[in-house]
Write a protein that binds this ligand. Structure first.
Ligand SMILES: NC(=O)CC[C@H](N)C(=O)O
Length: 331
């Protein structure tokens, strides 16, 4: 009874996946196993916490929409206010896990631990990673030392901040990496911390999920050799309020694309320059492009998909381009 009370919110993904055979590590169906069965599969959970489960969705995370984000974050925020909840774990598909974790990190105003977890192999596979990941996630969510550190992602024995972490490789179990390193490790039911997040989050955030009713459309256009302006123009014509440009290198933009982005900005669409560089893009204002002159924003070190999340949250709060740039440096 003195154990921490941890709520597990299940949303689907491979951690709830099932394949035909033990050799199927990549060929399987995601989002099959219900939360009660997931929890029953790890009796060791009872040694670290009093665990309750709730099935929020049962989907693959590539199909997460803004509505799913709002529903989940509002549920997490409500639970975080309950005296009988010490920590919250969200089981999630890994494909967009980094986006959901960052969204919660920005919008849920609590110091209680919130941990997002997934797996790279379904529970039916040899060397399935979901059971230990889940045990580690519940361990961290129930650990008072995890309070105030924002939303965490626990995968492969590592504790990452939801702001930095990204899926950097598929198939392998060491899929999640942070460009600035993990915050800590969880080993044999104990958390070990080495650093803390430096940016604003959760209780220190100016955003609040209780006040967000809808997220504006923010789309991503991808840079490459032979890039054209077809995608940016089409996305804006379809109603995007902001475009994240996944630029090459330092967030560079092809000279075939620059005029379209300038025109769209003049029409009121926010332009955010990010970098498609995997695991370490870093875009500086007025380097590569004259952002002051064009009234564009830089995403700093956030990858394009995280830049989409922050832009949506900032625009929902009414940010103009100046506020948006300040927000990109603060969060
Ligand atoms: N490893 C995974 O969780 C990927 C499964 C699925 N594509 C998802 O993101 O939900």
């Amino acid at each position: 009874a003195d154990k921490p009370q941890v709520m597990v919110l299940a949303t689907g993904g491979t951690i709830a996946g099932a394949g035909a055979q033990a050799a199927n590590s990549a060929t399987y169906q995601a989002a099959k196993v219900p939360v009660d069965k997931l929890l029953a599969g790890v009796p060791e959970l009872g040694n670290v916490a009093q665990v309750r489960g709730e099935q929020v969705f049962q989907i693959a995370s590539e199909s997460f929409t803004n509505e799913h984000l709002l529903t989940l974050a509002k549920r997490v925020a409500a639970l975080s206010k309950q005296a009988d909840v010490d920590g919250i774990v969200i089981t999630h598909g890994t494909d967009t896990l980094e986006e959901t974790a960052y969204f919660l990190h920005l919008t849920v105003r609590t110091s209680k631990p919130i941990v997002v977890v997934g797996s790279m192999r379904p529970g039916t596979a040899l060397s399935a990673d979901g059971t230990l990941n889940l045990l580690n996630a519940v361990t961290v969510a129930g650990d008072a030392s995890a309070r105030g550190k924002g939303v965490l992602v626990v995968m492969n024995d590592e504790i990452h901040t939801g702001r930095d972490v990204a899926k950097t490789v598929n198939i392998k179990t060491e899929a999640f990496k942070s460009p600035w390193g993990p915050l800590g490790m969880v080993v044999e039911g104990k958390s070990f911390w080495f650093r803390a997040p430096a940016k604003r989050h959760t209780v220190n955030s100016e955003f609040d999920i209780d006040k967000i009713t809808a997220l504006p459309s923010v789309e991503i256009a991808y840079g490459s050799g032979n890039a054209s302006d077809v995608a940016p123009r089409a996305l804006a014509a379809a109603g995007a309020k902001a475009l994240v440009y996944a630029g090459t290198g330092n967030g560079s933009v092809s000279k075939q694309v620059v005029p379209a982005l300038r025109e769209l900005r003049a029409q009121g669409v926010q332009i955010v320059r990010s970098s498609r560089v995997n695991g370490g893009g870093f875009v500086l204002r007025n380097a590569e492009q004259p952002d002051d002159q064009y009234d564009w924003v830089v995403a700093h070190d956030l990858n394009p998909q995280k830049a989409r999340i922050l832009t949506s949250v900032a625009l929902a709060a009414g940010a103009d381009s100046k506020a948006l740039q300040r927000i990109f440096l603060d969060y």
